[in-house]
Design a protein around this ligand. Structure first.
Ligand SMILES: Nc1ncnc2c1ncn2[C@@H]1O[C@H](COP(=O)(O)OP(=O)(O)OP(=O)(O)O)[C@@H](O)[C@H]1O
Length: 244
């Protein structure tokens, strides 16, 4: 579903992604963990082309977004972006739109379906994330956990093939993280392909099929949750997990 090869990216002359290479298979949940500043968000943002990489390759669902450091045509990139759903740490909802309109804006602009089908889908997805009764509320009236559940439902509206989560619970009070993690667990149980940048080690252990540990712009180690959490091989992985 996703293949990343030899990705390099600098900010202000400093190499932030050094030579990143990993794959994510269909129906797989991959947790990307690592210390603050290791490049996890930059990697994830590069997958949706919110950041531009300097070199390397990104293939999504068999199509390339960038090959040998060269990006495809704008239409090709847009086609790939439409296969991706992204959920950010700070929700990024449109404050001037109701919950329902937050969900319906992108699919209507993209003419994904008839207005009626789009409206039915937004109702179904809001029910699914437990917010069927808040469709007409504005984001400012919602708790952080509710906002993040709206953001997940909104990302699902476009029927993504791959969902990307960038620290989806880091901005939440601890008592609100559970409601967001349980929506993500449900998605994982439904075989959604997911990449999750997270500091929630318990969640990564329980839900991820594979863990990728990044440090200082490199993938240091990857493996199953058992391999990484019970028997890490690399000293940097061990030191990180000890601190968590
Ligand atoms: N737009 C930018 N301009 C300059 N430097 C940046 C920019 N975005 C990120 N960086 C730098 O790139 C490095 C990696 O940042 P990134 O946010 O990808 O790390 P991270 O592993 O996701 O960290 P965290 O867990 O704190 O979110 C950091 O040193 C950061 O300061």
């Amino acid at each position: 579903m996703l293949r990343v090869e030899n990705v390099k990216k600098s900010f202000d002359g400093e190499l932030i992604l050094k030579n990143i290479r990993f794959t994510v298979n269909k129906n797989e949940v991959v947790a990307l963990i690592g210390p603050s500043g290791s490049g996890k968000s930059t990697m994830l943002r590069s997958l949706v082309h919110l950041e531009t990489i300097d070199d390397g390759e990104i293939y999504i669902d068999g199509e390339y977004m960038v090959k040998n450091g060269k990006y495809g045509k704008p239409q090709q990139i847009r086609n790939i972006q439409r296969k991706l759903g992204m959920v950010f740490q700070h929700f990024n909802l449109f404050p001037h739109l109701t919950v329902r309109k937050n969900l319906e804006l992108a699919p209507k602009l993209a003419k994904l379906d008839t207005d009626e089908a789009i409206s039915q889908r937004s109702e179904q997805l809001l029910e699914k994330v437990g917010l069927g009764n808040r469709m007409d509320a504005y984001p400012s009236k919602l708790s952080g956990g509710q906002k993040q559940r709206v953001a997940i439902a909104r990302a699902l509206m476009m029927k993504p093939k791959l969902m990307l989560f960038d620290e989806p619970t880091s901005a939440l009070d601890p008592e609100l993280t559970g409601e967001v993690l349980s929506v993500m667990k449900e998605l994982a149980a439904e075989q959604m392909t997911m990449v999750v940048v997270t500091h929630e080690m318990a969640f990564a252990k329980e839900v991820a099929d594979r863990i990728i540990f990044m440090d200082r712009g490199e993938i240091v180690e990857e493996g199953t949750p058992d391999e990484i959490f019970q028997n890490p091989q690399n000293e940097r992985t061990k030191a990180f997990l000890k601190r968590m």
